[in-house]
Design a protein around this ligand. Structure first.
Ligand SMILES: [Ca+2]
Length: 228
């Protein structure tokens, strides 16, 4: 009597051969003196929305120049006044939804600023509307070059808006920042900063070559055993 046993072991593609991913990135630049809203045109991903595992939006914002004058016109000193002077960046769109996993704007309130702390004496004889930077009751903050950058991810429920070809517009919305931590009796005058920067949109999708290799990852092993 003979029996035979056929044992087939199939080793399916497992984690070790998982498909690699690649990035499809596009960058658009903006620049000028805020306030502005500059439309930047990006391409949608050409392919299936199901390919997309991540949509990342990043920004770089650089400011330079400008002058922020503060002048205490009150009869009392002003101490430890924090001055922030620079530019703010928001990314907005009416074509696509730029919200993250917690439904907050992906890029909002991104800022590059000059900051300094001032101690101002009580008013020294100048008056309202002269914006005198001369101390000890006045000071000025000269704009220097400052850069900030950051990244956010689009909520996956909106990926379909970014796929299938065509274009969409993202607005780089720049605005001036010039504020004081305490401003009672203090007047300010601003020569705006200049700003420049970029927005990058990056799709994470499968690497084509790896996807093709998935079909070759199966190993079949047959063992035949006979016994009398
Ligand atoms: Ca003054």
């Amino acid at each position: 009597m003979k029996t035979s046993l056929l044992l087939a072991i199939c080793l399916a593609t497992s984690a070790g051969l998982a498909s690699s991913q690649t990035f499809v990135s596009q960058i658009q630049t903006f620049g000028g003196v805020p306030n502005f809203s500059q439309p930047l045109v990006f391409n949608k991903y050409i392919g299936n929305v199901s390919d997309i595992t991540e949509i990342q939006i990043s920004y770089v914002l650089t400011i330079n120049g400008g002058l922020f004058i503060i002048d205490n016109d009150a009869l009392t000193p002003a101490t430890n006044i924090v001055a922030n002077f620079g530019a703010n960046l928001d990314a907005t769109s009416t074509d696509v939804t730029l919200l993250n996993a917690t439904f907050q704007p992906v890029i909002i309130g991104a800022s590059a600023t000059n900051s300094a702390v001032f101690n101002l004496a009580a008013n020294q004889g100048d008056g309202l509307g002269d914006f005198s930077p001369i101390g000890p009751d006045g000071a000025s903050l000269v704009g220097t070059t400052q850069t900030s950058s950051g990244t956010g991810n689009v909520n996956s429920m909106f990926f379909s808006q970014f796929a299938g070809g065509g274009t969409f517009v993202v607005n780089a919305v720049g605005s001036q920042i010039g504020n004081l931590s305490f401003n009672s009796g203090i007047e300010t005058a601003t020569t705006p900063v200049n700003s420049l920067g970029s927005l990058t949109i990056r799709y994470t999708v499968p690497e084509p070559s790896s996807a093709a290799l998935l079909g070759l990852g199966t190993l079949a092993l047959a063992i035949r055993r006979r016994r009398a």
